[in-house]
Ligand binder design. Sequence first.
Ligand SMILES: [Zn+2]
Length: 396
Amino acid sequence: MAKTELIHLTRKKKEVGTGSITFDGTTINTAQTAKLLGVIFDPELRWKHQVQQALKRASKTVSALSGLRHLRPIQMRQLYITCAAPVVDYASTVWHNPLKDKTHLRTLNTIQRDILIRILSAFRTTATQALEMEAYVPSTRLRLKRRGQDVVASLFTQPKDHPIHSVLERASRRAVAKGDAARLPIAQVIKTMDMTKLRTLETFDPRPLEPWRPPGLTKNYEARRPLVAQKREHRKALIHEWQQEWQASKNGQYLKRIHEGLPSKRVLRLHNGMSRHQTYFFTQLRLGHNWLSFSAKARRLSDDDKCECGAIETVVHVIVDCPKLSELRRELRTKVGDSFNSVARMLGGWQKNAQGKATQWPINRAGLNAVIEFAEKSQRFWSRTSQRYVAASQQG
Ligand SMILES: [Zn+2]
């Protein structure tokens, strides 16, 4: 009896919380929430409690990860993807509607934003989209959408007599029904997919073969669409949508200029092997939010965007032009060689040439290290000690 819970699922306000059941003299009253397999149900099925729980659990994992200070940024990213994101995603096909879920996503986005700021040692003012691009981590919305599609595709591979098929059929009918009645999240996931493809997916029958079957005869397999091919399509669609969002967005203008062709796994190769200390400078150089006066003025932390030499203090000015750093720059030039002609190239990016085609330079590890070393020695990318600067940023 201790495990019995009663909840009344309705969106009619006056019916909520009414009614009770009595068994063997014990009365069970309706509760405001009920937990089933770790998912918190609320009477209106709006999932606020479930999302709050996911947020709390994931924050705990994220703060434990942040405590591991000796980790390299790329390793911390891997741990986030494998340990913290799945905590958020748990049972998302039950509570997340991929077509209409702005409120929950706003809450859940903060988790990813916080950890990416830590991974990249980025300034708190950096746009989330730029952080996601630089760490090659798709947005929570795109991740949940793809997860829903993967789950639905897997459900369609169950044997034809599995009870899930009646649920899927009903959800499929509701996915195409007109009107704006509340729909099951799973029906909304199906709406983002191609039904004919789902119906031609292969079947996995988990039941063992009969031991008395004639020898040599196995199950009758028809040629059907493999599940892996279907999942690969979901991944491709995610990357495509991510790319479109990035191009349409007003955010990340600086990163867009120095790195053509994002999203790209190339950013992972750029960051691979970098220490937290190196990442601190590299992120400032690539994301454009940094300790330089130009960036401070853009963030309204200072009225002055000038360098000591009188020019506007931008990343390009510091690396290429500032006369005060000419001594240090000589060393940089010998180390980076040809790359010195392009700041984008020096920072590991790609840039369009006059014909509009991106020049795909290979990664020059020694060159990247030289630029990071230059940034460190220039002393321009360290905190400028003024209290207001320190308060507005987050240091690695
Ligand atoms: Zn200068």
